[in-house]
Design a protein around this ligand. Structure first.
Ligand SMILES: Cc1cc2nc3c(=O)[nH]c(=O)nc-3n(C[C@H](O)[C@H](O)[C@H](O)COP(=O)(O)OP(=O)(O)OC[C@H]3O[C@@H](n4cnc5c(N)ncnc54)[C@H](O)[C@@H]3O)c2cc1C
Length: 282
């Protein structure tokens, strides 16, 4: 087994090119579980490329109307970014425990790409760009093209995630999830709502109710046409219909965490609740 603890991006990319199939390790909160459970083999010619000491990956930068967040930025740090991306900070604060949030990173959440990952519905609703690099060069893909299936990404061999870019918007944003208990819980259903006062738009993304994170174009168009975003006003009927459209967009399954029926119900409730927070007046 080989382990490379990279301290620069160049070093990490060299190691990935030299050991095709190597596992990238950031905080290790997902991969260590996979190693321990045997779901990811850790023997023979296994190679690890550890990236959590690569300074270029562990910084964030606010630049005008965008925020760049390095893949190695931890959930504890993302929780501090509420003034620019309130929904992402909300999501960050729901990830695991303080220990997990200190180690786990936004890049690791993207690398795992579970439909239950708490960061992902927010990145989908914000229309995040995911930036990738390899020795061959850099490219960026919209989040919707990055997550290609449950735990499947558009990462090519030799590539790693360097950072994500999200817009800094004016308007309400929120994230809500339900699980089998109140804390330290993987979402059985989650919802991110992002409003953009300048564009007059509403974005809604659902987690844990489909093979990927689902956007809800019908609910989004309905909300934009029927609420007064600037005044923060929506009728009770509009909020109820928005919840119904969120439910209709879900594609949940029964599994060990929940039933499809409960998940569908939950996203409707959460979507309506977030829209009411965006528009507190009737
Ligand atoms: C007790 C516990 C509770 C948890 N609770 C939650 C929760 O509430 N919500 C939630 O969403 N998650 C939760 N998780 C899962 C995990 O903490 C998160 O997914 C976290 O964001 C993973 O980040 P990491 O840096 O630890 O990733 P790692 O484990 O280091 O890596 C995860 C995956 O991403 C890849 N990867 C890492 N960095 C990069 C990169 N820069 N480029 C390309 N690929 C990369 C790795 O190869 C691996 O496939 C929990 C985990 C544990 C153990």
């Amino acid at each position: 087994m080989s382990v490379t603890v990279a301290t620069t991006l160049e070093e990490a990319l060299q190691a990935l090119a030299a050991t095709p199939g190597a596992t990238i390790v950031a905080g290790g909160t997902d991969v260590m579980v996979e190693f321990n459970s045997g779901h990811r083999p850790l023997a023979g010619d296994a190679a690890l490329v550890v990236v959590n000491r690569v300074a270029e990956l562990c910084t964030w930068r606010h630049d005008g109307d965008a925020l760049e967040i390095g893949a190695g930025v931890t959930w504890s740090q993302v929780g501090e970014l509420a003034q620019w991306v309130p929904a992402l900070a909300d999501a960050a604060r729901t990830v695991g425990s303080p220990q997990i949030r200190h180690a786990g990173t936004i890049g690791g959440n993207l690398g795992t790409c579970s439909p239950a990952g708490d960061g992902l519905p927010v990145l989908a609703a914000l229309g995040a760009e995911v930036h990738l690099a390899s020795l061959a060069g850099a490219r960026s893909v919209p989040f919707a093209e990055f997550m290609v299936g449950p735990k499947r990404t558009a990462l090519a061999p030799g590539e790693l995630i360097t950072h994500v870019t999200v817009p800094v918007l004016r308007g309400y944003q929120g994230y809500a999830k339900v699980g089998v208990r109140n804390a330290m819980v993987i979402a059985t259903a989650s919802v991110a709502l992002v409003t953009d006062l300048a564009a007059g738009s509403v974005s809604l993304a659902l987690g844990s109710v489909g093979p990927t994170i689902l956007r809800c174009p019908e609910a989004e168009e309905f909300a934009a046409a029927n609420i007064d975003l600037v005044a923060g006003r929506a009728s009770a009927a509009t909020v109820a219909r928005f919840g119904e459209l969120a439910r209709a967009a879900a594609r949940p399954i029964d599994d060990h965490r929940s039933t499809a029926a409960y998940r569908r119900h939950a996203v409707g409730v959460l979507a309506g609740r977030l829209l009411r927070r965006a528009c507190p007046d009737e």
